[in-house]
Design a protein around this ligand. Structure first.
Ligand SMILES: Cc1ncc(C[n+]2csc(CCOP(=O)(O)OP(=O)(O)O)c2C)c(N)n1
Ligand SMILES: [Mg+2]
Length: 410
């Protein structure tokens, strides 16, 4: 019997803390190829169990199996591998640049490269992503110049945003990448609104919303689901569950819902979970969801099950809140290694070619870095002009800003 008069509330705790042995035995991993692929106009009530399973294509032997396999050619897969390797190499160099004081701040994607790189390939030019800081792969996979990204990271004279944004908070309309906002979950309501506007203007462009596990606790996430489901907005609702929200484990934001995908069920939104470290599975599910959106079938909620191997940001030390070897114990492996093994298994790749590609990519990233550094870094060389701070925000500059500009003498 409950204690009469003694009320308690419940604070979920991670299974293991620093010093403990990592344990993911509670993460149920279905066999690759075992989850069916429904028609895109499926009645969401008939696929509720998909919100509790995990769609996987690549098996332990590196083979692509099951109904979600077979969409990508050798060349497309090789390009996917190259994009993920480029993102990883880019991250390594920029993380190092942060340590060298060339930028104030950096956030990497280590272990999560497949999510954004594969998703990008399921979209059509003109579609609009509303990303967080953990989806630079959308830009890399779309051919956005690395040197432009670096110019912004360094806040140098060639920074396309002229020092008015945090480093890594990119923006590119041409590449379907809405300006990143540090205010998390705003991406969800904005994506749904953009998608509705696209439909209102009889356009064919769809939107993609992005959010992390932790940020689904924000009310914007839930408000966006109301609008998306009621109006059947042409949007793909992505939740990247990388197990951590800085030092808070995913169980806090997930609460009693079992999975993040299950959050969509109460709204009648088809909700799937996918192995976020499986390039082929991510791409196939993204394509399925994008086709639904473009076919006026409404939103799809997709939970990418992955793991944040690196620190949250350059300001974070994960050893304070999780066991050091936890990422090694993560049961879904590494996305680059898994795609590499698949390509070797297909007979179009080898360890030697991989090592060679790694060296070539590093060379390309270093060349871009040299070029960016010729335009300046945080504490050295060219900077955006002080005048830029006052431009480009208001159509007509308000009097207080005019006064400040005069005082600054620019
Ligand atoms: C609305 C809002 N609240 C708090 C923060 C501070 N903050 C920055 S990142 C972060 C954790 C987000 O975790 P998650 O959503 O899981 O994304 P991840 O970093 O794991 O990709 C928090 C709380 C913020 N940026 N915006
Ligand atoms: Mg997270």
């Amino acid at each position: 019997m409950a204690d009469a008069g003694m009320l308690r509330f419940h604070v979920p705790e991670p299974e293991v803390r620093p010093g403990g042995t990592p344990d993911f035995s509670n993460v149920t991993i279905p066999k690759a190829g075992s989850v069916p692929r429904p028609e895109i106009d499926v009645d969401p009530r008939t696929i509720r169990d998909m919100a509790f399973s995990i769609i996987r294509v690549l098996n332990r032997n590196g083979e692509a199996v099951g109904p979600w396999a077979g969409l990508l050619s050798d060349d497309e897969l090789l390009e996917g591998l190259r994009n993920m390797m480029t993102l990883r190499s880019f991250d390594q160099r920029m993380q190092m640049a942060q340590r060298q004081g060339k930028t104030s701040f950096y956030m990497q994607h280590l272990g999560e490269e497949a999510v954004s790189c594969a998703f990008r390939k399921a979209l059509t030019p003109g579609d609009m992503n509303f990303p967080t800081y953990r989806q630079a792969g959308l830009l890399i996979a779309d051919g956005y110049p690395m040197v432009t990204m670096m110019n912004q990271i360094y806040s140098n004279e060639a920074d396309p945003l002229k020092g008015r944004q945090l480093p890594i908070m990119y923006s590119s309309k041409e590449h379907g990448f809405f300006s990143i906002s540090g205010n998390l979950a705003t991406q969800y309501i904005q994506a749904v609104g953009w998608a509705m506007a696209s439909a209102i203007s009889n356009d064919s462009r769809i939107a993609a919303a992005w959010i992390g596990d932790g940020s689904t606790a924000e009310s914007d996430f839930h408000a966006a689901l109301v609008f998306a489901s009621t109006y059947k907005a042409p949007v793909v609702l992505n939740v990247v569950n990388n197990q951590w929200a800085i030092s808070t484990f995913q169980g806090i934001a997930r609460g009693g819902s079992g999975t993040f995908a299950a959050r969509g069920l109460g709204f009648g939104i088809p909700s799937l979970r996918v192995d976020g470290n499986d390039y082929l599975a991510v791409h196939a599910v993204a394509k399925w969801a994008a086709e639904r959106a473009r076919g006026n079938l409404g939103p799809t909620l997709v939970e990418y099950v992955t793991y944040r191997v690196g620190a949250h940001s350059s300001s974070d030390d994960p050893s304070a809140y999780r066991p050091k070897a936890e990422s090694d114990a993560w049961p879904l492996g590494d996305p680059i290694v898994r795609l590499k093994n698949h390509l070797i298994q297909r007979g179009v790749w080898s360890d030697e070619r991989h090592a060679q590609a790694e060296a070539e990519i590093l060379e390309t990233v270093i060349a871009a870095q040299k070029e960016a550094e010729s335009h300046g870094t945080l504490h050295a060389g060219g900077k955006p002009s002080t005048r830029d701070m006052f431009e480009g925000v208001y159509a007509e500059m308000p009097p207080h800003l005019r006064r400040q500009r005069q005082q600054a003498g620019v």
